[in-house]
Design a protein around this ligand. Structure first.
Ligand code: FMN
Length: 232
């Protein structure tokens, strides 16, 4: 253990992390360029990120991968990546296990943060807001659109719990695959579903040269949004 830690430290030192920085030579973003509300603005940026991901020469692999941070009832934070599966004026939707750590934390404290790390295009979007479960109909509709194997996986995994071995997981999957062969409808598990994050703030960060980045943050004020520029 000690030895592998030492190796990791040495290889990090060999990379010279202190000297690692990309120069961001991209166009800026002004208060007049951006949309009147963050949903419209997110749509524009998401389209650009998705176009970059579709480009064979592109390096932005999964533009809908976002880091969801939650905190438990004592304010202790935790983060993990999930996939954005929808967004509109009501919020940002992802699907997960309702008995997972993140879901238990959301039940104790609905305040969350979402972060889209679009490094290859020198952008990030950070959302803060509150999460609530999507309706069952929405969950079932999305569950039916998933590949058969993913549907079985949702049943096979008691997400976030400790398991004895990989074999235990594979055996649970094999049992389900025998019960629901390809082509047979798999019911949506009751412990699985969506969360919708209703935003309170949405920050759009655009990397610029000399660390003089653009940061524009929308804040919800009743039914409308105010826009502020933040110092980088
Ligand atoms: C690219 C990527 C996408 C992921 N998408 C999801 C997802 O949409 N839903 C999900 O529950 N977990 C997803 N995961 C796994 C989560 O990061 C995490 O391991 C899991 O949800 C358990 O988190 P928790 O124990 O903190 O609740 C994804 C992981 C990666 C790396």
């Amino acid at each position: 253990m000690t030895e592998s830690r030492a190796t990791a430290t040495e290889s990090a030192a060999a990379v010279d992390l202190a000297a690692m920085r990309a120069q961001y030579l991209v166009d800026g973003m002004t208060e007049t360029d951006v949309a009147a509300d963050p949903f419209e603005q997110f749509g524009r940026w998401f389209q650009q990120a998705a176009a970059q991901a579709a480009d064979p020469a592109g390096v932005l692999a999964e533009p809908n991968a976002m880091v969801v941070s939650t905190a438990d009832g004592q304010g202790r934070p935790s983060s993990r990546t999930v996939l954005l599966k929808g967004f509109d004026r009501h919020g940002f939707v992802f699907f997960t296990n309702y008995e997972s750590r993140k879901a238990r934390e959301i039940a104790a404290n609905p305040h969350v943060s979402l972060l889209f790390p679009w490094h290859p295009i020198a952008r990030q979007v950070i959302v803060t807001g509150t999460a609530e479960r999507t309706g069952r109909d929405e969950t079932v509709r999305y569950f039916r659109s998933r590949p058969h194997g993913s549907q079985l996986g949702a049943w096979a995994s008691a997400q976030s719990s400790v398991i004895a071995s990989r074999e235990e997981l594979d055996a649970a999957y094999a049992e389900l695959a025998a019960r629901y062969p390809e082509g047979e409808q798999v019911p949506a598990p009751p412990h699985w579903g969506g969360f919708r994050v209703a935003p309170e703030t949405v920050e759009f960060w655009q990397g610029r040269s000399n660390r003089l980045h653009d940061r524009l943050r929308y804040t919800r004020e009743g039914a409308s949004w105010t826009l502020h520029r933040l110092s980088p």
